[in-house]
Design a protein around this ligand. Structure first.
Ligand SMILES: Cc1cc2nc3c(=O)[nH]c(=O)nc-3n(C[C@H](O)[C@H](O)[C@H](O)COP(=O)(O)O)c2cc1C
Length: 136
């Protein structure tokens, strides 16, 4: 059974962080092995991440991520069963939060992932990738 999950969290970093740069390759390898796809949006102290894959694999990773001390205020925004992947080509793509926000705020100037609908945030991420990104 395939599922898709979206959460938001806040990064713990005193300096502007290179979290994605330093960790993405590792995450991609591990996600590939576990057939997890998705996207990590990071920057401006925020993480927005979509995970999709088999329900047990996604749950296991999400529990690990929740225990990870590199971020706080983790909030589940959306969880759904799906029939196909939206991010089938990405073992973990990366989008800078600033560019994602630019697009979202054209239509939703007040957008704040902690206050907005998870469905809306997910739709914005998917639309952004369809318009702007190449599979990796
Ligand atoms: C914002 C954030 C996103 C993460 N995304 C992933 C991911 O996509 N895949 C992954 O394997 N680990 C990810 N991690 C790391 C996990 O929290 C955890 O450290 C890792 O799965 C544990 O792997 P290990 O116990 O095999 O070292 C992420 C951590 C953070 C803070």
């Amino acid at each position: 059974m395939l599922v898709r999950l979206l959460y938001v969290s806040k990064e713990i970093a005193e300096q502007p962080s290179k979290f994605a740069e330093s960790n993405l390759e590792k995450f991609r390898k591990s996600n590939q092995a576990n057939e997890i796809t998705g996207v990590l949006c990071s920057g401006e102290g925020v993480f927005l991440q979509v995970l999709e894959g088999e329900r047990s694999a996604v749950n296991k990773l999400y529990v690990d991520i929740c225990k990870d001390q590199r971020h706080i205020d983790i909030e589940l925004l959306h969880f759904e069963e799906v029939t196909e992947r939206a991010f089938y080509a990405w073992s973990m793509d990366h989008i800078p939060v600033s560019t994602l926000y630019e697009m979202i705020k054209i239509q939703n100037p007040e957008f704040d992932p902690y206050l907005s609908s998870g469905k809306l945030a997910l739709k914005c991420v998917i639309d952004y990738l369809r318009l702007n990104d190449e599979p990796k």
